[in-house]
Design a protein around this ligand. Structure first.
Ligand SMILES: NC(=O)c1ccc[n+]([C@@H]2O[C@H](COP(=O)([O-])OP(=O)(O)OC[C@H]3O[C@@H](n4cnc5c(N)ncnc54)[C@H](OP(=O)(O)O)[C@@H]3O)[C@@H](O)[C@H]2O)c1
Length: 208
């Protein structure tokens, strides 16, 4: 069975995840970030694109006080294997999906999958994760990877943390191009709930 896919967004009010120069830490406040760690603890894998690894060098671990559970598998989509061996995610418990000839990067496992436009095809990534008994994946950005999952019709739910700041049109969008010509083709979601977390708002959506 294909894993359940949850898209986690931490954005400005106008849906930006970083400034034009790529600065993103931190848009949301400590309470929202804590909730983000609680979300991580409830999923089998956390997935990001290689640009997020290069920009932020994220650890992608569960950092909660007194947490004694397991850490989700870390997954990176990286067609050309640009993930540095010194990246935090290269320290193990990580799977890198590529379309290039695989070679080890640090302690990370590198796996080649079928391409779509030269990049790991989302369907192939989901099949490979399902084969490893991954039941749920939290997508943590960036905008291009989020757009690929949306375009593949693979996003089942959205956990959206929205901070009361504006970053403007030059900021990096939380969802990159979907190449939509018609409103009728826009992916639609149903709101499940809204609650304040610190100064931010946490909106939860399921696929309509
Ligand atoms: N606010 C937040 O919480 C937050 C969270 C995450 C990221 N960010 C910010 O977002 C920015 C990075 O976002 P981004 O949109 O530029 O990049 P991204 O989505 O992190 O990574 C995109 C890259 O992933 C690779 N990729 C491999 N397979 C792919 C596929 N099937 N679909 C799409 N991409 C695929 C591509 O590079 P190759 O062609 O080389 O494979 C692509 O350029 C950074 O500035 C980061 O700080 C913010």
């Amino acid at each position: 069975m294909r894993p359940r896919v949850i898209l986690k967004l931490a954005t400005s009010l106008d849906g930006r995840i970083a400034t034009a120069t790529g600065e993103s830490q931190w848009i949301t406040g400590p309470e929202a970030r804590l909730q983000g760690h609680r979300l991580r603890a409830t999923h089998d894998a956390i997935l990001v694109g290689v640009e997020t690894v290069l920009a932020d060098d994220p650890e992608l671990t569960v950092r909660l006080p007194d947490y004694a559970g397991t850490h989700p598998l870390r997954v990176v989509l990286d067609s050309r294997l640009r993930t540095p061996a010194t990246a935090k995610v290269a320290s193990g418990n990580t799977l890198i999906f590529t379309t290039a000839q695989p070679h080890p990067i640090g302690q990370a496992e590198v796996v080649a999958v079928a391409p779509n436009d030269g990049r790991p095809a989302i369907s192939a990534v989901l099949d490979a994760l399902a084969a490893r008994n991954i039941g749920s994946i939290l997508i943590e950005g960036g905008g291009r990877v989020a757009a690929s999952f949306i375009q593949a019709g693979a996003v089942d739910a959205i956990e959206w943390f929205r901070a009361p700041m504006l970053l403007g049109g030059e900021g990096r969008p939380c969802i990159a191009s979907l190449a939509l010509a018609k409103l009728a083709h826009a992916p639609k979601f149903r709101r499940l709930g809204v609650e304040p977390v610190g100064d931010d708002l946490w909106e939860r959506y399921a696929r309509a």
